[in-house]
Design a protein around this ligand. Structure first.
Ligand SMILES: Nc1nc2c(ncn2[C@@H]2O[C@H](COP(=O)(O)OP(=O)(O)OP(=O)(O)O)[C@@H](O)[C@H]2O)c(=O)[nH]1
Ligand SMILES: [Mg+2]
Length: 298
């Protein structure tokens, strides 16, 4: 373990990968990793979410190329919602386009959601923590916006970017519930298509906060042609600057602490077993939710 941590501190990528695996699997020594490593710097954590095919990976790809050119080091976590495998076991199609990057500068990792009931969030928080300690300049997380995931990402990323396309008109209606609040930046990607301007105008209207006189940035992009990147980078810089004030960090870190505590607390509960217990009680006509819960907390 000591040797591994030494290698990690020396900037050895394989040691980083190994540490992440240990943390993901909660293998022996993972707590030592989480408690002894210190963040080298506060790399902005940037979350990309949006409907399947909106162009998240293309944007991440373009952004990565942009930062690589500036000699920045970045880590990309792709959350794969479809994979039936366990953590880190495969690189799906989603990130294949990123593979041409030099491993030293762009570290890519995929995490699968299926089979990780509820625990994914806490695992991402821990993995991000490890990445922070390695000294990347930027940490990017890509998730497909299905159901809760975009809301979850908001608790992990300093800056949450919601990617839509010009055709997302109906989607914007649904966006209103929940996603609207989590978006720090909107990107209307595929702006080479009709309706992009209209989409951007509508989003601006929807997100304009008259009371606070605040406007969520809405950026039009064509990821495949690197268009809109300068604006996006500048919006990210501005926002992450704000996100790194202690006031804002305290809010986010308290949320994270709460989440990790919740995870720890429920870890020993066996869902399947609970279902059986409840069914037995129901069969006996004997079930009271509060009494059951209390019996579990004793
Ligand atoms: N015309 C056009 N096509 C784009 C643009 N950005 C991405 N695409 C294409 O859209 C398709 C989907 O892009 P991805 O980047 O894989 O989208 P994604 O949101 O990561 O998709 P998932 O990870 O599967 O949810 C690809 O064929 C891209 O080449 C754009 O700005 N304009
Ligand atoms: Mg993708």
């Amino acid at each position: 373990m000591e040797l591994l941590l030494e290698d990690f501190k020396m900037g050895n990528i394989r040691a980083l990968a190994r540490c992440i695996s240990l943390v993901e699997n909660e293998s022996k020594g993972f707590e030592t990793i989480l408690t002894t490593l210190q963040p080298k710097k506060l790399a902005p954590v940037i979350g990309f979410t949006g409907a399947p095919g909106a162009g998240k990976s293309s944007l991440v790809n373009a952004l990565a190329a942009y930062w690589v050119k500036q000699d920045k080091k970045l880590a990309i976590i792709a959350i794969d919602p479809t994979s039936p495998f366990n953590f880190g076991s495969l690189l799906g199609d989603r990130i294949r386009m990123l593979e041409h990057f030099n491993n030293e500068q762009v570290f890519i990792r995929s995490m699968a959601t299926r089979g990780s009931l509820g625990g994914l969030c806490s695992k991402i928080i821990e993995v991000v923590q490890v990445l922070q300690c390695f000294g990347f300049d930027y940490i990017i997380i890509e998730t497909v916006g299905v159901g809760q995931s975009e809301v979850e990402i908001a608790g992990i990323a300093d800056t949450s970017i919601v990617v839509v396309v010009p055709e997302s008109g109906d989607e914007v209606q649904t966006l209103k519930s929940g996603v609207m609040e989590i978006a720090d930046i909107f990107v209307v990607n595929k702006s080479d298509r009709e309706g992009a301007e209209m989409m951007a105008i509508n989003l601006k209207k929807l997100t304009h906060d008259t009371l606070a006189n605040r406007q969520t940035p809405v950026i039009k992009s064509i990821a495949t042609e690197n268009e809109g990147l300068d604006e996006l980078v500048s919006a990210i810089e501005t926002h992450s600057h704000f996100a790194h004030t202690n006031e804002r960090r305290a809010i986010l870190l308290a949320d994270k602490a709460l989440l990790l505590i919740q995870q720890q607390k429920v870890k020993h509960f066996n869902r399947k077993k609970m279902e059986e217990e409840v069914r037995t009680l129901l069969d006996q006509n004997h079930f009271n939710l509060y009494i059951y819960v209390r019996s579990k907390l004793l």
